[in-house]
Design a protein around this ligand. Structure first.
Ligand SMILES: Cc1ncc(COP(=O)(O)O)c(C=O)c1O
Length: 405
């Protein structure tokens, strides 16, 4: 029997292969240090958990909730944007709560895409940016991930050579997986381009609060006129260590928010009310929880860059996000990112995410997530030092695992 139309468009998740190897190594007793998946290990702050527990006792909160988010939650998100970015939002028409930013992004793609619509998408990037549109019948044209002076010319080429004219452009800064950060000047140029060519900007700002060097990352909505063409997604997952709670937001252009609201009104009843109330309390907090999370990732970043560097693997320090985008050490580059990642599990007991999982232009890199504590990161560096030292000189002879048997 032929595979279903949609399923055929979704290649098996690359990360699954690494996960399987990780699981079998663990099953045979290996202590794998897991820097693979971007799954925060930090507990949600106690005050947010307490708020959830308090609210869940009220049986009125056990009913279906509000699909677009309870009014207090949408107001709290609008206040956050005003405080943090100086962006004024109408909580009734320009804000919607989502079941994590991934769900919001995928359903926005579903809401706005007609079959064959072209979308300009960075490569490498977080998979839902491309696959949200592919699942919705869209077509992807890849763009460079770097927000530098080649970006607008690349957009211009994309515009000139795409038929039909592109529907939308995806931005994701600070970026997963590259950790690149964009400036407000960059956003000004992109907004001017999008307005001129009437294309939609979808900005994923999931790492708005995880930054270490330089000024806090801006929102594209800070650019005057951006609201005419832009929706931006944020997430509670990393900012408040709430990944399992599934809470995020889309904000911006009213027409786009209305389209997402319509689709979601058919699909879900919103997050569980106690989660929405606890998220409201988190957003209305004094920011100390966010600062603490940021500080922990900052320290882990410094330890990782220093200890991996001493182990012989020089990794550029990420200015933001909870990831390092690490070039594969030269002697192993010919293996590609998937085989190198498998080798790290086998020989160093360290799991990372292969860059190819984020797009074809990611294959020279692996992504290292700062989701184990400093002690474990140091241990990972010691393992890697041993691996590079023992194997480095014969790396040219390494046979990819897939070729063995
Ligand atoms: C860039 C980016 N966007 C969105 C998400 C999904 O976050 P959420 O938990 O809000 O769905 C992630 C998660 O890793 C991410 O890295």
């Amino acid at each position: 029997m032929e595979e279903f139309h949609k399923v055929r468009r979704l290649p098996p998740y690359v990360f699954e292969q690494v996960n399987r190897l990780k699981a079998s190594a663990r099953a045979s007793g290996a202590d794998i240090i897991d820097l693979g998946m971007g799954n925060p290990d930090l507990p949600t702050p106690q005050s947010i958990v307490d708020k959830l527990c308090e609210v869940v006792r009220d049986p009125r909160t056990h009913r279906y909730s509000s699909s677009r988010g309870i009014p207090g939650l949408r107001r709290a998100q609008a206040s956050y944007y005003a405080r943090r970015f100086g962006v004024k939002l109408d909580p009734d028409t320009q804000v919607i709560a989502t079941l994590g930013s991934k769900e919001g992004f995928a359903n926005m793609a579903q809401a706005i895409t007609a079959p064959g619509d072209v979308v300009l998408c960075p490569n490498p990037t977080y998979p839902i940016h491309a696959f949200g549109f592919i699942m919705s019948g869209g077509v992807i044209r890849s763009l460079q991930a770097e927000p530098d002076d080649r970006f607008i010319p690349a957009l211009e080429r994309g515009m000139r050579h795409s038929i039909p004219k592109p529907l939308a452009l995806i931005l994701n800064y600070p970026s997963n997986p590259t950790a690149l950060v964009a400036s407000l000047d960059f956003y000004k140029d992109v907004v001017a381009f999008a307005r001129k060519h009437e294309i939609i900007i979808l900005s994923d700002l999931a790492y708005a609060e995880i930054y270490f060097d330089g000024p806090p990352p801006p929102s594209v909505l800070e650019v005057p006129g951006a609201m005419d063409v832009t929706v931006e997604f944020t997430s509670m997952s990393k900012t408040f260590s709430m990944p399992g709670w599934r809470m995020g937001f889309a904000v911006g252009n009213e027409r786009l928010i209305a389209a997402l609201t319509r689709v979601k009104s058919y699909l879900d009843y919103g997050a569980f009310t106690p989660i929405q109330v606890a998220a409201t309390a988190a957003l209305n907090g004094d920011g100390s929880d966010i600062a603490e999370v940021r500080e922990i990732y900052h320290k882990r970043r410094d330890v990782m860059v220093e200890t991996f560097g001493r182990a012989g693997w020089n990794i550029p320090a990420p200015a933001a996000t909870m990831f390092a985008w690490a070039p594969i050490p030269e002697p192993y580059r010919h293996l590609g990112s998937l085989e190198f990642s498998k080798l790290l599990i086998e020989k160093a007991d360290v799991a990372v995410a292969p860059g190819i999982g984020f797009g074809e232009y990611g294959d020279d890199h692996v992504r290292i997530a700062l989701v184990e504590n400093e002690h474990r990161i140091r241990q990972a560096a010691r393992n890697i030092k041993r691996f590079l030292g023992s194997d480095g000189d014969k790396a040219g002879n390494v046979v990819p695992l897939t070729a063995r048997r």
